[in-house]
Design a protein around this ligand. Structure first.
Ligand code: HEC
Length: 155
């Protein structure tokens, strides 16, 4: 056997081996009465954008692609979704208090405005989730209006 046979065999073994490392994908739930889209705070345009570009990581309705079942991509994906939901879960919107909502809306306008979100690595695999300048402006304007609306409703 040539050296590269051993090398390839080694890589294949490692790949097989890591498939047995336990990895839990965050659960999916499609019944979310507290979702932001049900809150009256979101227009249809914005709802479609959030669903397209954010919901895989920031809601309970993540759609898992085939490579979410294969290590090591499965590890990365599980971590992003876990951390994404922890920071902001649109499905749990009703459970956030006023200050939390305002803080999140502000974070959304900053994260989207600075092009931090949606995450770059995600866009590599989901080019259709990319947002253009007009869509970016739409999300920012929406987040700012929503903050005003929340404050007015509270008065
Ligand atoms: C591939 C998964 C993924 C997608 C898609 C995604 N996010 Fe995130 N998001 C994360 C993760 C992971 C974090 C926490 C770590 C961090 O801040 O980078 C986060 C953090 C955030 C935060 C918290 C503040 C901050 O900047 O850290 C906001 C707000 C946010 N995302 C908004 C959005 C919005 C709005 C979209 C859609 C336009 C979106 N994200 C799309 C994974 C994602």
């Amino acid at each position: 056997m040539k050296l590269w046979h051993y090398l390839l065999g080694g890589i294949a073994l490692v790949f097989l081996g890591i498939q047995f490392v336990p990895n839990e994908l965050p659960p999916v739930g499609t019944n979310n009465p507290g979702d932001i889209i049900q809150s009256g705070l979101v227009s249809q345009d914005v709802a479609a954008l959030l669903k397209k570009s954010c919901y895989d990581c920031h809601s309970n309705e993540s759609i898992y692609p085939w490579y979410s079942h294969i290590a090591p991509s499965s590890w990365l994906l599980a971590k992003d979704i876990r951390e994404g939901r922890e920071e902001l879960n649109f499905s749990e919107w009703d459970n956030y208090d006023m200050m939390k909502k305002l803080g999140l809306l502000d974070d959304i306008s900053i994260a989207v405005g600075e092009g931090e979100m949606p995450l770059g690595i995600y866009l590599l695999m989901h080019p259709s989730a990319k947002i253009d300048d007009a869509q970016r402006e739409l999300i920012i304007a929406w987040a700012e209006d929503a903050m005003d609306l929340l404050v007015e409703e509270d008065e």
